[in-house]
Design a protein around this ligand. Structure first.
Ligand SMILES: Cc1cc2nc3c(=O)[nH]c(=O)nc-3n(C[C@H](O)[C@H](O)[C@H](O)COP(=O)(O)O)c2cc1C
Length: 390
């Protein structure tokens, strides 16, 4: 067994194990991938204040997100096609999250369905909604999430239209993969993945196939998105969805203080400062750089979470010390899942928790609630030298 000490170790195994098409799908940003790169490298610009001779016994990474107890302020982000990264991927990731004590978020574009995950877990999970033109379908989806006792609806606002990721188009990304000479040649080197996939509960989009009539082709995410996603989604519709759901709502994909104020107006329980992991608007600010202005605008009135670029417990700590109440990880858990299934997700969570715990101790803190900007060294121009155009 390889010794796993950091998320990058899982990524190396993941790359070897999973078909190129799905590795590339995960490891892409849109267009030039500038925002994708900035998301991680901007964390490096923030340094930590080391403190000494502080009693560091009795430390805890425990916290709360939207009033739920969490083992650390980290949730698993909604990731489409997780069940293509590993057979029954959503079920395995949800089980790992439940055992660890962090929230799991199921994507609308998952392979395992809402019902599959509900059946395989006991802790309530969160459901991420993409809004579609077919409002009856959306209502049924919301009802299915209610029936499954999901404890929050995460409405993603930054993907009414799909950002272009070059590799997905070149690879002909689909679920299940279409058998072309190129994919066959690649799949032949991924036999362990393939063998497990033969026994998988599903290999198609589980929340869609069998639930929508008159579909042309559900296997291609890009075609489905262009055809079905609702380009007219606006704040009025968000407010209506919130009402229809009736429970806790998290609005994901906020990157601008003005939008954060709108989210507050519609009564979000939390917002996620996110640029979709650099997969949508290339050239947008990294999430960690956008965070301070959003906290200044709404931080005392709504719970603010952050995702995009987190690859370590130090990144989590930096976001939380900056003022985020919680974080989401996307690729960091997908690397673990692709590398070694449920155990890999658990390992990813353990790595992040260990890093967070040790960092907290060396910063002279014993409790997540006490973390603050006093723990950070933030460059004077961290917010950027931009003129905001107003
Ligand atoms: C392969 C992949 C698929 C994703 N699919 C979805 C999705 O279906 N719904 C959604 O709201 N966000 C989706 N996201 C975005 C994640 O929820 C999250 O915002 C992002 O992964 C955070 O960045 P990170 O991967 O750097 O942690 C996806 C991200 C990746 C990498």
């Amino acid at each position: 067994m390889p010794v796993i000490t950091e998320i990058a170790d899982l990524k190396r195994i993941y790359e070897r194990r999973v078909p190129r098409m799905f590795y590339d799908y995960c490891e892409s940003g849109s267009w030039t991938e500038q925002t994708f790169r900035d998301n991680s490298s901007d964390f490096d610009d923030i340094r930590l204040r080391q403190r000494v001779a502080v009693d560091m016994s009795g430390r805890s990474t425990k916290s709360q997100m939207i009033g739920q107890d969490v083992a650390m302020p980290v949730a698993l982000a909604p990731v489409g096609m997780t069940g293509m990264q590993h057979a029954d991927g959503e079920i395995k990731a949800a089980r790992a999250a439940e055992a660890f004590g962090v929230p799991f978020t199921l994507s609308t574009m998952s392979i395992n369905s809402i019902e599959d995950v509900a059946e395989a877990t006991t802790a309530p999970f969160w459901f991420q909604l993409y809004t579609m033109r077919d409002t009856d379908y959306v209502s049924r989806l919301i009802q299915r999430a209610k029936d499954a006792k999901c404890s929050a609806l995460v409405i993603t606002l930054d993907l009414q239209i799909l950002g272009q990721r070059h590799k997905d188009l070149k690879n002909g990304l689909s679920a299940p993969p279409k058998l072309t000479p190129k994919t066959i040649a690649n799949l032949a080197t991924k036999w362990a993945w393939g063998l497990e996939m033969l026994g998988a509960k599903r290999r198609e989009f589980g929340n869609i196939v069998g639930h929508v009539q008159g579909l042309s082709d559900t296997s291609q995410l890009s075609a489905w998105t262009a055809e079905q996603f609702d380009p007219t989604l606006d704040w009025n519709k968000v407010a209506k969805l919130k009402e229809e759901w009736g429970g806790k709502v998290i609005l994901k994909g906020i990157l601008d203080a003005e939008d954060a104020k709108m989210a507050l107006k519609v009564g979000a329980d939390a917002i996620v400062v996110s640029n979709h992991g650099g997969r949508q608007l290339d050239g947008a600010l990294s999430s960690i750089r956008a965070l301070p202005s959003i906290l200044d605008a709404v931080g005392d009135q709504v719970e603010v979470h952050l995702d995009s670029g987190i690859r370590s417990g130090q990144d989590v700590l930096k976001a939380v010390a900056m003022g985020a109440k919680g974080t989401f990880i996307g690729r960091a858990f997908i690397y673990g899942l692709g590398a070694m299934g449920q155990k890999g997700v658990t390992t990813a969570l353990e790595v992040i928790q260990r890093e967070m715990d040790i960092t907290m101790a060396l910063c002279g803190e014993t409790n997540v609630a006490n973390l603050g900007r006093h723990n950070l060294l933030i460059p004077e121009d961290f917010a950027g030298r931009w003129q905001d155009g107003h």
